[in-house]
Every structure is written in structure tokens, then in C-alpha cells.
Ligand binder design. Structure first.
Ligand code: SF4
Ligand SMILES: [Zn+2]
Length: 113
């Protein structure tokens, strides 16, 4: 399923974070992503496509369901912790929109931070 609108933007934001993280941690300047990070990207895309909240989804960090398996959740946390602040310099618009998404009160029970 093709992601559109806000879900597509969320995927783009995550892909940018993944590139920042992978380039630094996995020394993969030749390719966009190493094999491991490619698997994380595919997994995150699938989760977004099957998110039960659809367009009303909270940011995953604010979600009470957390559909990610533990191993992937831990990886995504590490990626976001490293790349999140750096996004403000490399992709400021995406970073700010993501921060704003995280501050919105979800209609689905997700919490704000
Ligand atoms: S963690 Fe929550 S918001 Fe994120 S994709 Fe899974 S169900 Fe949707
Ligand atoms: Zn990598």
C-alpha cells in the first residue's frame, strides 16, 4: 500500500534519520543504507502501512499500542535518539513538523509529551 499525506511524510522523516544514523554508525557512505538498516526501514514502512490508527495515528513514540517487536523498537529508539537532534540541521522542516506531530493530542489515546 502506498503511503500518502502525513504518513508518507512520517516515513520520509524516518528514512532521513536512518541515513544519518547508518552513515555514522555503520560506515556505509557508498550505499544509502546498510543491510541491517534496510531491514529496519522495511519493517517501519510495513508498520506504518498497517497502523490501526491510519491518518489519526500519534507519533510512534507516543503510541500506547506499540506494534513494534522489542528488538525493532530498541533499534528505532537508538536511531531517533542519535538522529533526531541532527535532523534540525539537515532537514529542519521535517524535524519541526515531526516535533509538532508529537505535541498534538491524539484522538486515539496516545499521549502528548
Ligand atoms: S507504534 Fe502505534 S502509531 Fe506507530 S505504527 Fe504501531 S500502532 Fe501505529
Ligand atoms: Zn546501517
Amino acid at each position: 500500500m502506498e503511503l500518502t499525506g502525513r504518513l508518507h511524510r512520517e516515513l520520509l522523516t524516518f528514512q532521513c534519520m536512518l541515513k544519518i544514523y547508518c552513515n555514522k554508525h555503520h560506515n556505509s557512505p557508498q550505499q544509502p543504507l546498510c543491510e541491517d538498516c534496510t531491514a529496519v526501514q522495511k519493517y517501519a514502512e510495513k508498520r506504518l502501512q498497517h497502523c490501526p490508527f491510519g491518518i489519526e495515528k500519534p507519533t510512534c513514540a507516543n503510541c500506547h499500542v506499540h506494534c513494534y517487536k522489542k528488538e525493532m523498537r530498541d533499534k528505532v529508539r537508538s536511531i531517533m535518539r542519535y538522529a533526531g537532534p541532527r535532523m534540525l540541521f539537515s532537514h529542519p522542516l521535517l524535524a519541526i513538523l515531526h516535533i509538532l506531530d508529537g505535541k498534538k493530542q491524539s484522538k486515539t489515546g496516545g499521549t502528548t509529551r
